[in-house]
Design a protein around this ligand. Structure first.
Ligand SMILES: [Zn+2]
Ligand SMILES: [Zn+2]
Ligand SMILES: [Zn+2]
Length: 242
């Protein structure tokens, strides 16, 4: 299993249009970005995308133009699904897996596109291309939102880009002991946002879960570039041989 962070940013991305803060200036000077958060999972020749960000076209071009076989939508916020239309006339529309209400909401916005809709209940594992995938509910009010646990039988990955720290116990249990966790860290420790975690909370949750390794994602331009365990766009992680 190979994982690639296609984006690590929040809804506006970094640099933010028109912003001259130190992080945005650094991004322009050094030609780095935090595109909107999305994770590419490769396994045995298949490509699965967690969330279809508004930067999807650019993200696929920057990462070898993979043909995407399946998409998982975590929730119906603009920065997590609105890039789905970028598949149109480029490749066969991928199958989409999501919790029923997320699929209904996002699918309705893309009702003009033909694609296979696969509603899946949280906490019930299903198979995509030989990977076991489980959606788990997180806490990102008022949007109904799921995180994702993916296993190839040897390695387990956890992903939750948008959540508060008070994640339901059943979901914390599902994330326990993952080999790698991707976790929401929207803002630095001194900020508190009711729908998201700050950097300190993200590190605490990763510790509580007992993740072997973790990367912060969904970071705003307030988050310094050099904090430990912050994900980088284009960063890859390889496990096993598949
Ligand atoms: Zn800025
Ligand atoms: Zn969100
Ligand atoms: Zn978001």
């Amino acid at each position: 299993m190979k994982l690639t962070l296609l984006g690590t940013g929040d809804a506006p991305g970094t640099p933010v249009i028109g912003c001259s803060c130190p992080q945005c200036e650094y991004a322009r000077t050094n030609h780095v970005q935090r595109l909107r958060t999305s994770l590419l999972v490769q396994h045995q020749g298949a490509h699965i995308l967690i969330d279809t960000s508004p930067d999807l076209r650019q993200q696929l071009l920057l990462n070898g133009s993979p043909k995407i076989d399946a998409v998982i939508w975590t929730h119906g916020h603009y920065d997590h699904f609105m890039g789905f239309g970028d598949f149109y006339r480029v490749q066969k529309m991928p199958d989409v897996y999501a919790a029923p209400e997320v699929l209904a909401y996002c699918g309705n916005i893309f009702k003009f596109l033909p694609f296979r809709r696969c509603p899946v209940e949280p906490y019930h594992s299903f198979d995509i291309s030989g990977l076991s995938v489980t959606l788990v509910e997180v806490n990102h009010p008022p949007a109904y939102t799921c995180g994702v646990v993916i296993s190839d039988g040897e390695t387990r990955i956890g992903y939750t880009a948008d959540t508060r720290a008070d994640i339901p116990a059943a979901s914390l249990q599902a994330f326990t002991g993952v080999d790698l966790l991707f976790i929401d860290a929207l803002v630095p420790p001194q900020f508190n946002i009711p729908k998201h975690m700050n950097y300190r909370e993200a590190c605490e949750v990763a510790g509580r879960i007992g993740a072997s390794e973790f990367r912060c994602v969904h970071m705003s331009h307030h988050v310094a570039w050099d904090l430990p365990n912050t994900g980088k766009d284009g960063e890859t992680f390889c496990f096993g041989t598949g």
